[in-house]
Design a binder for this molecule. Structure first.
Ligand code: IPD
Length: 252
């Protein structure tokens, strides 16, 4: 199963990479507002992934960013798909964007694959079997001090109208960390935390497809992760266990 998901992510990555920094070939449309965008590459990547699932696992259900729920005859197995996580980076020509595919069985994420085609990094995890970057085992940071950690976050796409925009948390955390980053792809934030590159990450206003695969990868790499708030989409905080404990106390 994991080999099939990796094959699928690589296929979608190749399609998206063909559009990366391609100038006029890449069309963009707004969704909610000027910050919320979709491109030709998102749509083609998603079409490829859905075709791949239909051909290889015709009974499985799918939740994907651009087309929502596609019910299969088997509702026990659900693929949770972000065809390009980090579309703003992708469209701007910044190489941090990812194909993110998680597979849930009976509501529990069993497999996760996050592929960053422009950097050549492929993360994968199977529940109970560890997490890997390009086939090598990864582990969260051994650092225990928040003050020596680089932490990342992000800002919700409705920030133009909703003042509940995470700046309060940003201000609360900033004085306590080595530095902050805004990578622009929640899947990359999660995987870089899993690999010990970042000490931790939090964000609010996310969706299931942004976090499904990456959350499993964090857990399997020995990280701590939980959801907070229930009124602002998917809100997630994670990190190396000691860092997570300190970070969690600062955000709301
Ligand atoms: C976005 C990225 C970004 C996060 C946004 C997400 P998308 O995903 O994960 O880091 O801040 O909230 O929507 O829309 O590019 O798949």
């Amino acid at each position: 199963m994991i080999d099939k998901i990796i094959e699928c992510a690589r296929g979608a990555g190749e399609i998206a990479l063909g559009y990366f920094r391609s100038g006029d070939r890449l069309r963009m449309e707004n969704k909610l507002n000027d910050s919320d965008i979709v491109t030709t590459a998102d749509r083609e990547s998603e079409e490829y992934i859905k075709d791949f699932i239909r051909k290889n696992f015709p009974s499985h259900s799918i939740l994907s960013e651009e087309t929502g729920t596609t019910a299969g005859s088997d509702n026990e197995v659900r693929w949770v798909v972000d065809p390009i996580d980090g579309t703003t980076n992708f469209f701007a020509g910044i190489p941090l964007w990812a194909i993110s595919i998680g597979v849930e069985i009976g509501g529990v994420t069993e497999y996760g694959v996050v592929y960053l085609p422009a950097t050549g990094e492929l993360f994968h995890a199977r529940r109970g079997c560890g997490a890997f970057l390009n086939g090598q085992p990864i582990h969260v940071s051994a650092e225990t001090r928040l003050s020596r950690s680089v932490i990342s976050t992000g800002f919700p796409v409705d920030k133009d109208t909703n003042p509940d925009n995470n700046l309060d948390n940003f201000a609360a955390v900033l004085p306590h960390v080595r530095d902050m980053r805004r990578l622009g792809s929640a899947a990359a934030d999660l995987c870089y935390t899993a690999a010990g590159i970042l000490g931790g990450f939090w964000e609010l206003g996310l969706h299931e497809w942004d976090v499904c695969a990456g959350a499993l990868i964090v857990k399997e790499a020995g990280g701590s992760i939980s959801r907070f708030r229930s009124d602002r989409g998917v809100c997630i905080v994670c990190g190396a266990p000691e860092i997570y404990n300190q970070l969690k106390k600062l955000i709301k």
